[in-house]
Design a protein around this ligand. Structure first.
Ligand SMILES: Cc1ncc(COP(=O)(O)O)c(C=O)c1O
Length: 404
């Protein structure tokens, strides 16, 4: 015992000295399936090949200069120290007013609205607040890539239910079949990334009816709430009292105001759910960027920017779809979001991921394979483009795609 302990410190003359350099202890990963995301991979490939990047979902144009003025004014006014944990009250008031004006439900800014570091933190925090090891959480695939690792970090069991292939509409028989006494929550996302599908009022009512006899919580990711087209309305959970009573509603200023890098969003939830949410939030980020919150609240006094957003993006969607008609890519419906999906089967025999690599390197346009949004890599020969781009960017991409 003693010899074993002292051996490394008393090497024999011909002994190779032990490596004494600092050693990082081995860590067994909590998220074995998580690697570099397809978004990072495709963006790097796009840069390397000077391709037009319609892969990752962010605008390549600036935000309204008035928003920057509001932020600058907030900094100059000295709003630069920690804000209250739940967010500055003027912003929570502005959020509550907006939700009430648009969707008819009044959330109490003091007890039911929390400002977050983007929707990503909001979703993780909601999951950590309510999901315990062994709880089941339903996700509807294809889905945003943070949901599954978030559930796994909370020790929950992911229950994957596919949206109907081709239409991406919710399949209520399958959702009903997935509900068990262990189901703690279900995550929905409308308008939907990646498909652009928008839930209808009838679908929301079906969900309400389905969850009514249960204690299942709902996490509703509504970050694209202001991007719905052709006269549709966004069916926020806030419009449905029985759903709202069991829900965390998540949204993001990054999407609405073209400032994805600001990373500010919010959660609206009934007081008992918000109380649990804030317990995790306060030891997660504690608070969110003060001047940005003041800047946003000043900017929100004018509702036009978000009221005019559907028309702004619908025009871009139409421009992009018009150009796609000159290719053999078959367009799927584009009801909402700033994404347009296309079926590639008339153009190529490649699988989605290989097609996206080929499209980036040979045609000069980057896209994202839908298989990246499924746990099992399900390949339906559909890829996603982002049209939140300057018109000239879209024209360049379309000129290149016209070769297909
Ligand atoms: C469906 C969905 N949810 C959440 C987010 C994250 O939003 P944020 O940037 O505010 O964290 C995104 C961003 O792409 C998204 O597409």
């Amino acid at each position: 015992m003693n010899a074993i302990r002292t051996a490394p410190f008393c090497p024999a003359p011909d002994h190779v000295p032990a490596d004494t350099s600092p050693r990082t202890p081995a860590v067994s990963t909590k998220l074995p399936k998580v690697g570099t995301t397809i978004f990072t991979v495709m963006s790097a490939l796009a840069q390397e090949h000077d391709a037009v990047n319609l892969g990752q979902g962010f605008p390549d144009f600036g935000c309204d200069p008035k928003l920057v003025e509001c932020l600058t004014a907030a900094m100059q006014a000295g709003h630069n120290q920690y804000p209250p944990m739940a967010g500055v009250s003027v912003l929570r008031e502005a959020i509550a007013d907006k939700i009430e004006r648009l969707y008819g439900r009044r959330y109490d800014p003091a007890q039911e609205i929390t400002v977050t570091a983007g929707a990503t933190q909001a979703i993780l925090t909601a999951i950590l607040a309510v999901v315990r090891p062994g709880d089941e959480v339903i996700v509807l695939e294809p889905c945003y890539d943070s949901y599954v690792p978030n559930i796994e970090l909370a020790g929950g069991t992911v229950v994957r239910v596919p949206l109907t292939p081709g239409t991406f509409r919710p399949d209520f028989d399958r959702i009903a079949a997935a509900l068990t006494p262990r189901t703690r929550a279900i995550l929905i996302n409308s308008p939907h990334n990646p498909s652009g599908m928008v839930w209808t009022r009838e679908e929301m009512l079906r969900l309400q009816e389905l969850l009514d006899p249960t204690d299942v919580l709902l996490i509703s990711d509504e970050v694209y709430e202001h991007m719905v087209y052709d006269g549709r309305q966004h069916e926020s959970v806030a419009r449905f009292p029985a759903l709202a009573a069991r829900s965390f509603i998540v949204s993001s200023f990054g999407k609405t105001y073209h400032v994805t890098g600001w990373k500010v969003g919010y959660v609206a939830a009934p007081a008992p759910l918000t109380a649990e949410f804030r317990k995790v939030h306060q030891f997660n980020v504690f608070t969110v960027n003060t001047p940005v919150q003041h800047g946003l609240s000043a900017y929100m006094t004018d509702p036009r920017p978000y009221l005019e957003l559907p028309a702004f993006y619908q025009r871009k969607r139409d421009l992009f779809r018009e150009g796609l008609k000159r290719t053999r890519l078959r367009m799927l419906p584009g009801e909402g979001t700033y994404f347009q999906c296309v079926d590639i089967s008339a153009v190529s025999d490649l699988n989605e991921a290989d097609f996206c690599t080929w499209l980036t390197t040979e045609i000069g346009v980057a896209a994202i394979p839908l298989s990246a949004f499924y746990g099992n890599g399900y390949d339906q020969r559909v890829v996603r483009f982002c049209f939140a781009k300057k018109d000239e960017t879209l024209h360049t991409a379309l000129q290149r795609l016209a070769r297909l």
